[in-house]
Design a binder for this molecule. Structure first.
Ligand SMILES: CCCCCCC/C=C/C(=O)SCCNC(=O)CCNC(=O)[C@H](O)C(C)(C)COP(=O)(O)OP(=O)(O)OC[C@H]1O[C@@H](n2cnc3c(N)ncnc32)[C@H](O)[C@@H]1OP(=O)(O)O
Length: 313
């Protein structure tokens, strides 16, 4: 239903707007200008082009190649890039700054620490916290996702290690996923923590791997090794861990041959309904998360999960 609505409404609306050169079209180009520039720069924190790309923390490192317009965004929150408020705010802010940068055309998201892309949400932020705390926490998850999933840029996940839960959420929000070969796992294992993936995350999983596989994967909270993930279409390509970044750059260069406008409009045509739905249901989604995670039985499960993580050593 969602897909037919997209083609039936959004695409026609967009095509008409393009044809008659209406307001939405002009607004689109005002919001998403397309250009590129020159010179390679490396930045220790979130600075690129002398401009601040994120918060003052160094949990996100950005390097932008001015010639190609490709920005590499590295998560740098040791030991496992768990998504705490600082990292999520920094990522969101970085995505938004790159979005505004007229010379930026593509974004590669990866981890500064090979072997773990991201361990997902910081579980400690969900344990024995006040309802207000978890509500604010969840809004940061939503905002980070909205900025990445709704980006006009080519977004590529260079998954150089484990990628569970909200790590996978980040990967699914990108346009293309390259994952390290070997004993690394990816998936939405929320049910293992007694959590239920929200509608928008569930939908992106369905969109990427199809209904039946997504339904099963979500129910059992499956974490797949990278070769199985490739087979399912959860990732698009595998590479040796040391080559993931290079392969991502090569792939982006292929995508850059496609005119930005047509690519970005096509992407928005398929993503806008889900983006709009989350924007519309944001408060309801926050309430669900707050009520679910603070439930006694869920708190117990989170506690047990944390104990299992510690006992692993
Ligand atoms: C209505 C409800 C809606 C809910 C929707 C929620 C959507 C998303 C949910 C989530 O993302 S929940 C998080 C799920 N994440 C996981 O299950 C991953 C758990 N971690 C691991 O499996 C492993 O850590 C790893 C990623 C495979 C890496 O293994 P490695 O051996 O390299 O490191 P560890 O020794 O396991 O960990 C080091 C250190 O970090 C702590 N830690 C690991 N993951 C997390 C985490 N997600 N949050 C907080 N802390 C984490 C781990 O306990 C270790 O701590 P120390 O023992 O060193 O203190």
């Amino acid at each position: 239903v969602r897909n037919s609505l997209i083609s039936g409404n959004e695409t026609i609306k967009m095509a008409l707007t393009i044809a008659v050169g209406g307001r939405v079209w002009r607004k689109f180009f005002k919001t998403f200008p397309f250009r590129s520039n020159s010179a390679l720069k490396r930045f220790p924190t979130c600075r690129a082009n002398g401009r601040l790309y994120s918060t003052s923390s160094d949990v996100v490192l950005v390097r932008k190649d001015e010639e190609s317009g490709i920005a590499t965004v590295r998560m740098n929150n040791p030991p496992v890039n768990s998504l705490n408020p600082t990292l999520m705010v920094a990522l969101r802010s970085c995505f938004e700054e790159l979005e505004k940068d007229k010379t930026c055309r593509a974004l590669i998201l990866t981890s500064q620490k090979p072997k773990v892309f991201s361990a997902g949400l910081d579980i400690l932020q969900l344990y024995q916290k006040s309802p207000d705390h978890v509500a604010q926490f969840w809004e940061k998850v939503q905002d980070m996702w909205l900025a990445l999933y709704g980006s006009r840029l080519i977004t590529m996940a260079a998954i150089n290690g484990h990628c569970p839960a909200a790590g996978c959420l980040l990967g699914l929000a990108c346009d293309y996923r390259i994952m390290a070969e070997g004993n690394f796992r990816i998936g939405l294992n929320e049910t293992q923590l007694d959590l239920v993936a929200p509608f928008w995350l569930r939908q992106t999983m369905i969109d990427v791997i199809g209904y039946r596989q997504a339904e099963m994967a979500l129910m059992i909270g499956a974490l797949y090794p990278s070769d199985k993930a490739l087979q399912l279409g959860l990732v698009d390509k595998l590479a040796p861990i040391e080559d993931v970044q290079t392969v991502a750059e090569e792939e982006v260069k292929n995508w850059l041959k496609i005119p930005d406008q047509a690519r970005a409009i096509t992407k928005m045509a398929s993503r806008k309904p889900l983006l709009d739905e989350l924007r519309r249901r944001k408060q309801e989604d926050i309430q669900t998360f707050r009520d679910e995670t603070t439930r006694e039985s869920v708190q117990k499960s989170i506690q047990q999960y944390l104990e299992k993580l510690k006992a692993k050593k």
